[in-house]
Structures are given as structure tokens and as C-alpha cells.
Design a protein around this ligand. Sequence first.
Ligand code: BJ8
Length: 387
Amino acid sequence: MTNLGGAPLPEIFDSFNQARKNGFLAVKKLKDEGVGVVGTFCTYTPFEVFSAAGLVPVGLCSTSDETIPAAEQILPRNMCPLIKASYGFAITDKCPYMYFSDLVVGETTCDGKKKMYELLGEIKEVFVMQLPQTQSLSSAKALWLSEVKRLKEHVERKFGRTIADDDLREAIRKRNLERAKLKEFYELSALSPPPMTGLSQLQFLFGSQFKFDHAGKMAEIGQAVAKIKEAYEKGERPVPASAKRIVLTGCPMGGATEKVVKVLEECGAVVVAFENCTGAKQFDRQVPEEGDPLENLAQYYLEIGCAVMSPNPNRLELLERLVKQFKADGAAEMVLTACQPYSVETETVRRRLKELGVPFLSLETDYSGSDLEVLRNRAAAFLETLA
Ligand code: BJ8
């Protein structure tokens, strides 16, 4: 783990921006040391089950269009790029994280993902958790709890470990600490003007998932927060006070979809918060540390406000809270092409934000660069309407 204690702010941001690339070596080293690796695709995955077993979980969702042509030889073209790219990286063996994964865990979220897991199962060991599509029914809660238990038992069998309640409690405590630290980091952008651009914030949050030494990562995040505060107090203002403040919602972001943030910021906005799975959806809440750890984990994860849930009130609740906390001038949404859950839910989000008097822009995009001009025109036109 790099010691960034004395490093200047740009270097600290760069360390997180490069984390996905540099993490390959860290994962290889862990594998060489005999540590098991579990690949995951979704925020619903109860991460703590793996950490409690001494395993390293790593995110597999692909964010580049490099392998989409290979995936389209098998999958339909009119499918979400996240699914095509993830499958493409698996069949072309181009993702070291997929390659090093001893087990891949997915959930029955959207139809495309769950059907892709069936094909992925032909080349990797895949464990699919049956995710309920609603949150408040007691039958949904019971199903998800039984699925979390089934996952725990599978991990114990496959890796020859026993996961005690105390191991789970310790994993919850550590992950809660990480959530709290990352929340403290992104909440700095509630300042007016914010002390960092939305692109810097996104790259930091995205990169944080590819740092595998927990203690080192906690120290680095703490150092980053301290440096950002110090620079701000000294009068550094990387974002002009005139920039329109935007909360971003929608599908997970990173890699190719950074273009949406870049376009908004080039047009005079600043993204102050990310409601999506790259941001607050992952870090906003804490898993209770008292009581039965498996029940706590099941309840926490089931309450994630993703559009695959029907109804999905928790996304609206978080979005509304962020809009207020970050004093947003407007909200923007990124929907990946052919993502039905999010594209249909756009109307629900639009209506709620209209009630709140918050201007809203929904942008559909994919992993290519071919729509940059359209995105730019739409972003510029939207920002002009903000008072
Ligand atoms: S908790 S957002 S990580 S499901 S974009 S693959 S929904 S067609 S990614 Fe997601 Fe979990 Fe929800 Fe978060 Fe399907 Fe839509 Fe593609 Fe998606």
C-alpha cells in the first residue's frame, strides 16, 4: 500500500483513479499467497460474507466497450452495455479480476443480467442469489435471508472455512468504517463551492473498490479528506462558485460513462453527489452491528433502492435527501441503453423531482464515444434553463 501521507492532493486522487489498473497486481499477489478471490457484480451482494471468510471480493462490472463486439457474437446487440461488456471480458479472458476469481456471485436483478449468468456459468463457477423484486413483504425478507444463509454455507463448503457470527460482526464493523469514511469524503462536496470536481469524486469512489488492504485504504481516505479540507481552508477553489450544482442518479458509473460527468462539467455544471451504485447508494447507510449478523446483513442489502425493485421508494428517498443536503440546482440521470428498469423508472423520478421543484435531465448513453455531441447539446440546453 502506498503511503500517501505527505503526497500532494493530485497524487492522492491519482492513486484512486489508477486503482483498478494497479489492483491487478495486488490481486495476483493475494492469489499467490493462497487468498481466495470472489468476483461480484452488484451492490446487493453481501460483501461481508466473503471478508468474514478471509476472502477478497472484487467488482467485475466492466466499464469499457472493448469486448462488446465479442459479446455480441452470443448476446443480443440491443442489450445493456454493462452486461455485454462484463460477459465479453469473461469470454475473451481480458479481465484479470474475472480470471483470478475462484467464484463469481451474481443476483437475479434485471432479466439481462440473470440470463447472462447462465451463460457465464459455462466458463466460471457462478453462484446466483435469488433476489426478491420487492422489499416490504415479509415473504421477500424471508427469501433474502435464506439466500444470504445459502451463500454463507456455499462459501464455507467451497473454501473449507467456518464463518462464525463474530467473523461476520468484525467484517460488518470494517465495512461500516469504510462506508463512513467514503461518506465523509463525498460529503465534502456539500460545501459551496465544492472542493473537488464531480469527475475527481467519481474516480475516487470508483477506484476505492480496487484497493484491497483495509487498514491502508482507511488511512488513504483519511489523508485525502484532511488534504482536501486543508487546501480548501487555504483558499483553493477547483470549482467556480458559478457552477450549477447537480446530483447524478441512475445506473452505476465509471470508466466509459465518466463522459457524462465530463460533459456536464465542461458545460458549466459540477456534479456534487452520486446517488447511484458508484456513490451514495453504497455508502449512505450502516449495517447494524448489534444483533444477529446475518439478519442484519439481509435487511440492509434488501433495502438498497435499485430500479429492479417494485416499488422502489428508497431510491427516491435518498435522491431527495441528497438534493437537499448538497443544495442541488438540478438532478441528472444516466441510463444505460436498453436498461429497462431504470429507463421506465425515469418517469417516476421526474414526477417526484417536479413536485420538489428540482429541474431534471435524463440522459441515455452507452460505452461508446459516438453520442458525445448529443450529450453535450442536451446538457448545455438543460443547464441554460437553470436559474
Ligand atoms: S443494485 S443498479 S449494481 S442491479 S444497467 S445490468 S439494471 S440493464 S447494474 Fe445495478 Fe445492482 Fe441495481 Fe446497482 Fe441491468 Fe440496467 Fe444493465 Fe444494470
